[in-house]
Design a protein around this ligand. Sequence first.
Ligand code: BDR
Ligand code: CA
Length: 314
Amino acid sequence: MKQPIIFDTDPGVDDAQAIAIALRHPELDLLGLTTTYGNVDVEVATRNALLLAQLAGRDDVPVAQGAAAPLVKTRYPPPAHIHGANGLGDIPLPEVKGKANPRTAAQFIVDTVNAHPGQVALVAVGPLGNLAAALQLDPTLTERVKQVVIMGGSIREGGNVTPVAEANMFNDPHAARRVLTAGWPLTLVGLDVTHRCVLTPAHMARIESGQGELGRVLAGSYAFYRDFYQEFLGIDGCCPHDSCALAWLLRPDLFTTARGHLTVVTEDDAEGQTLFAPEGRAFIDSRWSRTPAVDVCLGVDGETVSDWIADVLS
Ligand code: BDR
Ligand code: CA
């Protein structure tokens, strides 16, 4: 049986790669894309989600628009130097024909999960406002979601937008804290593993030739993103952060995880930092171990995950 998923996203170059997997993988049943601000404004995220579904011949997939800003903090400008002002490397894009679903992302999540109790995996790869809003609308959602997979955070790796914070956590730490501590079956796929995966130009050449018009958009936006990685991390290729969340869902055998308690710092210099207290470990007091236990990814066979992404899309 196919795994039903909702993919919550801020496309974004690496989001686009992951959306392509969600649209194409034969073992996934993509029930909808929900969008958030993050890499781009939310209207741009929605346009890109609609476009990617259209190019994949999947304009049957609903796209529901969500959060335009963080719950509490003031928003930073979108990182146009990483993803391009249009979120897809500033390449020229075809016209979008479809329209967003009339429901908000949060309402779409609540309705869809409740229509398929115990079956849906929520995969979120942007700031977590939509999941936080869905929990606000229906706090009992935690009992009916099969699995939550979050691309975000960093346990040992350090941050990518601050010395300690990963971008999705930093962009809305208050939402992240609610979602990570809600008490549902959750796995965090953070920089500890996504920084071990590199999608090389050779991988992308295979994807480009395997995906028709969608492949051209993925390859064009990848070229822009690759320049950023070359300059800032000195690697030839890019980290396919968001695809790693789907890799964990479908190939958990390629990851090692630890179980424990997570929380997110919401204020001051460490805002957005994910704090992890391994299960059973006693610290000086119990304050770090009071949140419900979740799983965090700490290790990965990065080469095989990167090959898996290219295999799925070629
Ligand atoms: C995460 O931040 C975004 O820029 C990427 O799309 C990914 O979801 C990596 O830190
Ligand atoms: Ca993302």
